[in-house]
Design a protein around this ligand. Structure first.
Ligand code: HAM
Length: 428
């Protein structure tokens, strides 16, 4: 029989990845709370038109990468390619625009894009993100960047992380710049790749971040030189707030984003050792999106971190979370099963250093040898053997599997002895 494998571009998250994911998710949850964010969990699929309206009809995500399907009633649905659209939908659906216009929401979960898979680029990937509604001030832009850095730092990622920031203007100044850029691109049409030629009319800004053409367009006009007065003031204030806290950002005048909803501040966070997929997170302001999705004029700013990529960056920096010592309870002989069963259950209620050490039990149907093998393959550090002979004296054998030492001790003292000796490592 052929065995099934995970669909192309998807994978199981296991071992170190799981621990790195968990570390990031736990730390992010704590940091979000400190910045006044509440958690929200939105559906992993939405009505398909939500994304075409929010992310933009001419973006790669909507044009080529959405997983589209119909439910049994023929309703067009899409697996979410990103989290912002769903959170904005929820913000409006719950009436928070009326009852609580300034609201901060954070989320985490899998996103789906039918991209060409490669290292660090998956068709199902995980994001953790935050959206802050109702604050038009550049303060919110600066605070968002501080929060991103704070999350990464508390998860242990600081080395070589870069914050690239730009302003892409608003509905007043961007159309003017767009025309200037379009004229520039028209004049170079014969040098451009097929994609960028197509983009001239539909989405000319994307030519600037095309891997092939972008670097060659080094004399292209820049948004920075075409910002309106209000956008310039907004950008300057955001930058000076960041400078006032010595935030190490870099101005990236050619940075544009692959989603249409952004206005003014946009940013990308990169980490080394990620190859071509070095963007570990991104975000920006999107003052027009709530209105576009049927709500009132509501400023907003947010970001998402790619958990898969942050986990990779953590591991590239030598992240090896301390393992929690594991305890295996084995049994041998008549009358030992209930004693071993009760003991394992008792040990499972102990909390040491904020964690419960994992406790596993040998199966009563297995020989002692087979139970030892099971303990070994499970990676046990300690083994408590409940044996018929020792039990007659009220004792068990405590084996230190790492140091290959053992001693007979009273059953009643197992928990005390283990937890005096097992130094349980702190949280991941
Ligand atoms: P995005 O730039 O499309 O923005 O994605 C954010 C992050 O998700 C990227 O920086 C990357 O780390 C990760 N990511 C994206 N695609 C993949 C993939 N195929 N495989 C692995 N990781 C990936 C957004 O999604 C916006 N919703 C962010 C935002 C929130 N802006 C405002 N609020």
């Amino acid at each position: 029989m052929t065995r099934s494998s995970a669909p192309r571009g998807t994978r199981d998250i296991v071992d170190l990845d799981v621990r790195a994911f968990r570390r990031l998710e736990e730390r992010a949850g704590e940091r979000f709370a400190a910045y006044g964010y509440e958690e929200i969990r939105t559906p992993s699929f939405e009505n398909a038109d939500l994304f075409s309206r929010a992310v933009g009809d001419t973006t790669d995500i909507v044009e080529k990468e959405m997983y589209l399907f119909e439910d049994r009633g023929g309703r067009p649905l899409a697996l979410r390619p990103e989290g912002t659209a769903g959170v904005v939908r929820a913000y409006l659906e719950h009436g928070w625009d009326q009852t609580c216009p300034t609201k901060k929401l954070w989320y985490g979960g899998p996103m789906f894009r039918a991209e060409r898979p490669q290292a660090g680029r998956y068709r199902e990937f995980w994001q953790i993100g935050g959206e802050c509604f109702g604050n038009p001030s550049p303060q919110a832009d600066a605070e968002t960047l501080l929060l991103v850095r704070d999350i990464l730092a508390t998860a242990g990622l600081t080395n070589g992380v870069r914050f690239l920031v730009n302003s892409i203007g608003c509905s007043v100044c961007r159309p003017v710049y767009r025309d200037v850029l379009k004229n520039y691109l028209e004049a170079r049409k014969s040098d451009l790749c097929e994609n960028c030629v197509r983009r001239i009319d539909r989405n000319p800004l994307r030519a600037l971040d095309c891997k092939g053409d972008g670097p060659r367009l080094d004399d292209a006009p820049l948004m920075a030189d075409h910002l309106c007065e209000a956008c310039r003031l907004h950008r300057d204030e955001a930058y000076s707030l960041l400078q006032s806290v010595s935030f190490p950002f870099e101005e990236a005048p050619r940075l544009v984003r692959g989603l249409d909803y952004y206005t003014r501040t946009v940013f990308e966070v990169t980490a080394p050792s990620q190859g071509s997929q070095d963007s570990i997170g991104a975000g920006g302001r999107y003052d027009g999106l709530v209105k576009l999705l049927g709500g009132p004029e509501t400023p907003a700013v947010g970001f998402a971190l790619g958990i898969d990529r942050v986990a990779r960056a953590l591991q590239a920096q030598g992240f090896t979370p301390p393992a929690v010592p594991k305890i295996f309870v084995a049994q041998a002989g008549i009358g030992t099963t209930p004693v071993a069963f009760t003991l394992a259950q008792k040990l499972r209620t102990f909390v040491e250093g904020g964690r419960m050490p994992p406790v596993e039990m040998g199966a009563s149907t297995k020989s002692l040898k087979a139970q030892f093998r099971a303990a070994d393959s499970w990676g046990a550090d300690w083994l408590v053997l409940v044996g018929e002979e020792e039990l007659k004296k009220g004792n068990v054998v405590l084996k230190d599997l790492r140091r290959h030492a053992q001693e007979e001790i009273p059953l009643a003292q197992v928990a005390d002895r283990l937890f005096n000796r097992v130094s349980v490592e702190p949280k991941l």
